[in-house]
Design a protein around this ligand. Sequence first.
Ligand SMILES: *[C@@H]1O[C@H](CO)[C@@H](O)[C@H](O)[C@H]1NC(C)=O
Ligand SMILES: *[C@@H]1O[C@H](CO)[C@@H](O)[C@H](O)[C@H]1NC(C)=O
Ligand SMILES: *[C@@H]1O[C@H](CO)[C@@H](O)[C@H](O)[C@H]1NC(C)=O
Ligand SMILES: *[C@@H]1O[C@H](CO)[C@@H](O)[C@H](O)[C@H]1NC(C)=O
Ligand SMILES: *[C@@H]1O[C@H](CO)[C@@H](O)[C@H](O)[C@H]1NC(C)=O
Length: 478
Amino acid sequence: MLAFPLKFPLFYFFIFSCFGYNSVFCDDNSNIPAIARYFSTKGRYEDVNSYLMEDILAANRSILQLPSAQCHEIHLTAIIRHGTRYPTVKNIKEMHQLYELVQRNASGEESWLREIQTQWRMWYTDDMDGRLVQKGVDDLRHLAVRLSKLFPSLISEQNLRGGLIKFITSSKHRCVNSTLAFKSGLTELWNIQVQFQQYHAKNDNRDNFDQEFDHAVNDSLMRFFDRCAKFLQDVDSNPLAVVEVDKFKSGPEMSGVLDKIADRLRVPHSDITYDLAQAAFYLCAYEFAIKTVNSPWCQLFDEHDAEAMEYVHDLKEYWKRGHGYDINSKSSCILFHDVFSRLDRSATENKSNQQVSETVTVQVGHADTLLPLLTLLGFFKDTDALTSTNYATQTQRSFRTSRMLPYAANLLLVLYDCGAGDLRLQPLLNEHSVTFPGLTGQQDSMPLYRDVKERYKDLLQGCDFETECKLFGPSAEG
Ligand SMILES: *[C@@H]1O[C@H](CO)[C@@H](O)[C@H](O)[C@H]1NC(C)=O
Ligand SMILES: *[C@@H]1O[C@H](CO)[C@@H](O)[C@H](O)[C@H]1NC(C)=O
Ligand SMILES: *[C@@H]1O[C@H](CO)[C@@H](O)[C@H](O)[C@H]1NC(C)=O
Ligand SMILES: *[C@@H]1O[C@H](CO)[C@@H](O)[C@H](O)[C@H]1NC(C)=O
Ligand SMILES: *[C@@H]1O[C@H](CO)[C@@H](O)[C@H](O)[C@H]1NC(C)=O
């Protein structure tokens, strides 16, 4: 765990910089694998937001582009994916299989191959199964500090102590621990400030945070995909739903990748299956995400290969969670309504001159939680569907999971009062201002709340989870 050097007050001045907080991630970036941009949902948040490599706590309110100085935020909903985690058992087993093949059957004199065979140790064990790693704890702690810098009036010590910041999480350990990490990022920060004040005898009577702040576990909300019968039947457990993925895996582009891997290892082409290639790709990705190591496994791919590997993952997400089938996004109707009811409540409270009762809602879930919601809101919809045969024409697609869904990916919805009852809603994705698709106007990045509600009118009036998810429900689809 990270201990703050409390005996050295000078360090307090550096809490907003790399040096005092966590210098590991401020190192130079010579360790970054050339293929790190293609890691899909196994990528680091810093590789999507490269300015964070210099300062993991960098946050700049100018990204908010407030249309007028009168705008003050009144509520924030943050839907956040858990941080960096270990591979799942299934992937770990495939990694072991690949490792054994390379140990026993690969030959060649390349230094990276010798390194795998003589120095690299297989250290992944089944019990790691998807658990949050220390880097994942840091992902959420750092995000919490950055968000408190972006929205100091909402994510404030006073609001946390007053119970105005609410935490809701998926029951999965990695999500619960991510939630705890987010909270600890805030309390560590504020405890330091308290101690700083006390050190300087500023008559500060505040206590350190030592109590636990409650969080609610709610799988209906954060793991809706597990409970949507129609989604489970039609998509999740239906092999035909991912036929495009299978076709691409056995198609010419992927055969080319597998052949190159077999050649690099000097093993028969028939030994390298897609699953083994994926295990190699994951080894490169996990060694990097967990340990910041550019491992010799990365040498099994050039960028061209990595792009094809990324496309497999994008295809899979597209057909299983994205625009591929209507039910994918409709399964998130419960979360959609939950979000808008919180926004509505805050808007109503502010308008009727009441104190907003929930200034911040932090909801921690999965890539599988975020993607259906983003899809429902209309984000990342390209003109053409992603298929096994249009890889070549999809190079400029917006649907790129590597950019959308790194660890700790997040969708922020910020409600502002801009004076005279002028409410606006700003969406931010991974701390970048984005615009609601299909909503054009003068203040694209911060539209009027009522225009947003008009844009999503049909969903707000319908999109009922029970109805959509019923087997043999109303919406037939291709
Ligand atoms: C914040 O961003 C603005 C505009 O992008 C820039 O001018 C300013 O220097 C930045 N501030 C900090 C502290 O980085
Ligand atoms: C690997 O090599 C061993 C001999 O060392 C051989 O028995 C085995 O068939 C080979 N496996 C593959 C998958 O080529
Ligand atoms: C969560 O944190 C607890 C306590 O720090 C730890 O014992 C547990 O292994 C962690 N679980 C996961 C899934 O990371
Ligand atoms: C989970 O969230 C849903 C939607 O907001 C709500 O209806 C339900 O009561 C919550 N469940 C629990 C156990 O809090
Ligand atoms: C409503 O929001 C505005 C803008 O932040 C603020 O000035 C006002 O105090 C809020 N009203 C209440 C009752 O909180």
